[in-house]
Design a protein around this ligand. Structure first.
Ligand code: GTP
Ligand code: SPV
Ligand code: MN
Length: 580
């Protein structure tokens, strides 16, 4: 027996009886194991070696062309009572879901290896960390989990000590979209995923565990599991404040987490410390502040748009020991994607000779996987078992119009309202239409494991119990002009907005009250050093008529979650609309 934890051994046995693998491999996370799996995948063609001179230990994986993003319409929360999952989730009765999944899993691993991956979400020694075991028949999943989580022997030891873990079962199956389901059983601490090998559908520690299951646990235990990046910003005086920001998928978390301050900030001494880029677990501390850990240990980042100009820190970590999924390749076998800047694609993401008639060379949701400690701005605080204290929470979306560059909530309740009312244009991170504005509360629309109305109530409860709650802000880097171009330069220049945010936290900047939120005073956002001054009047303008239409939609949206929606949010919407 590989483990002394009977429950784990019995579960693995029962899964093996159902799925009938040829072999069972317990993952230790060692370098030898990784080399063995990599060699195996090079033989089967699951991985291709990239240019060993420019990109040593970098590999390309091409997924099935029908399996390139999260599938929200096939993702379910299976609570006993449908009302618990809420209108924000697809729901299936647990019995029905189990029957369906049992049939799919029956014999599905015949002739294949079944990998058992013990993992720990969060620093191994942190009381805030949570444990899981993913069983999968995909070596690619193992290789990704190794970079993105603390997996293997140390995790298994803690699982054996504590006895409690989330049970994740995954099989790539036939990769048939008609036989694909991502099922969550929060009350059983279980996840079952079949028919996809991609990202959030298959790397079960990430969205399935660290958000959908964890949000459910967090609700009962008094903390928050959020789709947020975490960054420390050090000012010239050497003082670091931590900020957590929730933007929907492919809306700028990774970029903000590792931004390089532009001149004149850099020479003045501003520094950025990356703690996390996608998921954040927030716990109230004894001092009445909110403490954040990043449950992950690596990045699964969007490739297109990443360049030396937009995100030099990302590029610096992508020249060694990285996995690329669905990017294009140059003639000399270097990874390539749109807006990379250098080189030209020879083969597109499906391995065909590149032809612009077939669309972009790299898939719009192509990704890189790399360990967080490869990031030049990596913060050792990411390993702090107690987490980092958060001074500001930022909500952001991708909106061509209306939403201003930045504004601040009056207080925690108003901040919760801003989060609940968030909307953003859809992106390629999930299958479906791109560019459609939809409500995406707290960037959690696809990830909240329970009823949004209850979730907002939980936000109010957690914030209400804090003596020093973080200030809450809303940003939008994505306003467009009449020609469709971005008005705000974005990326590193977002530091200018962060400076105002931090100065609001330290009491060094004023604000102007408006019915939608507290706005920067004129010229409070530094534009010196930009090649041209952006249209700040548009970026910070409030159009009362457009906002009034927005409030119509927000009220309807809050209504959709009644009677679970906290009354204070409904009342606040009415009050703000009347003030407009
Ligand atoms: P997920 O990993 O899907 O959760 O995405 P994310 O929120 O981490 O988004 P990411 O930082 O990877 O950015 C997604 C896309 O938006 C990339 O193509 C970026 O180049 C682009 N982007 C990020 N920040 C900015 C910005 O400030 N301005 C503009 N115009 N584009 C940005
Ligand atoms: C997202 O879609 O928000 C991601 C990528 O971070 S995935 O791992 O596919 O969820
Ligand atoms: Mn994400």
């Amino acid at each position: 027996m590989i483990t002394k934890l009977t429950e784990l051994a019995e579960w693995v046995d029962s899964v093996a009886r159902r799925t009938q693998p040829a072999e069972i491999h317990w993952c230790t996370g060692s370098a030898e194991e990784n080399a063995m799996l990599t060699n195996g995948m090079l033989e089967t063609g699951e991985l291709m070696e990239l240019n060993p001179v420019t990109h040593p230990e970098c590999y390309l994986h091409r997924s099935d062309p029908d399996d390139v993003a999260r599938v929200e319409h096939l993702t379910y929360v299976c609570t006993v009572d449908a009302d618990e999952a809420g209108p924000n989730n697809n729901w299936m009765a647990p019995d029905t879901a189990h029957a369906l999944m049992d049939e799919l899993f029956d014999g599905c691993m015949q002739g294949r290896t079944m990998y058992v991956i013990p993992y720990c979400m969060g620093p191994i020694e942190s009381p805030f960390s949570r444990l899981g075991v993913e069983i999968t028949d995909s070596a690619y999943v193992v290789a990704n989990m190794r970079k993105m989580t603390r997996m293997g022997s140390p995790a298994l030891q803690r699982i054996e000590r504590e006895g409690s873990f989330v049970r994740g079962l995954h099989s790539t199956g036939e990769l048939d979209p008609e036989r694909r389901y991502i099922m969550h059983f929060p009350q059983e601490l279980a996840i079952q995923s079949y028919g996809s090998g991609y990202g959030g559908n298959a790397l079960l520690g990430k969205k399935c565990h660290a958000l959908r299951i964890a949000s459910h646990q967090a609700r009962t235990e008094g903390w928050l599991a959020e789709h947020m990046m975490i960054v420390g910003i050090e000012n010239p005086a050497g003082q670091t404040r931590y900020v957590a920001a929730a933007f929907p998928s492919a809306c700028g978390k990774t970029n903000l987490a590792m931004l390089i301050p532009p001149e004149p900030y850099r020479s003045a001494g501003w520094k950025v410390h990356t703690v996390g880029d996608d998921i954040c677990w927030l716990h109230p501390g004894e001092d009445g502040r909110l403490y954040a850990i990043n449950p992950e240990a690596g990045f699964f980042g969007v490739a297109p748009g990443t360049s030396k100009k937009t995100n030099p820190n990302a590029l610096a970590m992508l020249d060694r020991d990285a996995i690329f999924t669905n990017v294009a390749a140059t003639a000399d076998n270097q990874p390539w994607w749109e807006e990379l800047g250098d080189g030209r694609p020879a083969l597109d993401w499906q391995g065909r000779p590149y032809d612009p008639k077939n669309g972009p060379a790299a898939h719009p949701n192509s990704r890189f996987t790399v360990s967080i400690d490869r990031c030049p701005s990596y913060s050792p605080e990411a390993e702090n078992p107690s987490g980092v204290p958060i001074d500001a929470i930022i909500f952001g979306g991708r909106r061509a119009s209306l939403a201003p560059l930045v504004m601040e909530a009056r207080d925690w309740t108003h901040g919760t309202f801003l989060g609940a009312a968030m909307a953003s244009e859809t992106t390629a991170a999930a299958t479906g239409k791109v560019g459609v504005v939809r409500r995406d509360p707290m960037a959690m629309k696809p990830f909240c494991g329970y009823h949004f109305g209850d979730y907002w109530g939980h936000w109010l409860d957690v914030g209400g119990g804090l003596a020093q709650p973080p200030k809450i802000f809303q940003v939008n880097w994505f306003r467009r002009d009449a020609e469709g171009g971005f008005i705000w330069p974005g990326f590193g220049e977002n530091m200018r907005v962060l400076e105002w945010v931090l100065k609001r936290c330290s009491g060094e900047a004023g604000a102007v009250e408006t019915p939608v939120g507290l706005m920067p005073e004129p010229d409070a956002i530094e534009t010196g050093g930009l090649s041209e001054r952006p249209d700040m009047e548009t970026l910070l303008g409030i159009n009362a008529r457009e906002w009034s239409k927005e409030f119509d939609q927000i009220e309807k949206h809050l209504e959709k979650f009644a009677p679970h929606t906290p009354q204070v949010l409904i009342d606040l919407a009415r009050e703000l609309r009347n003030a407009l």
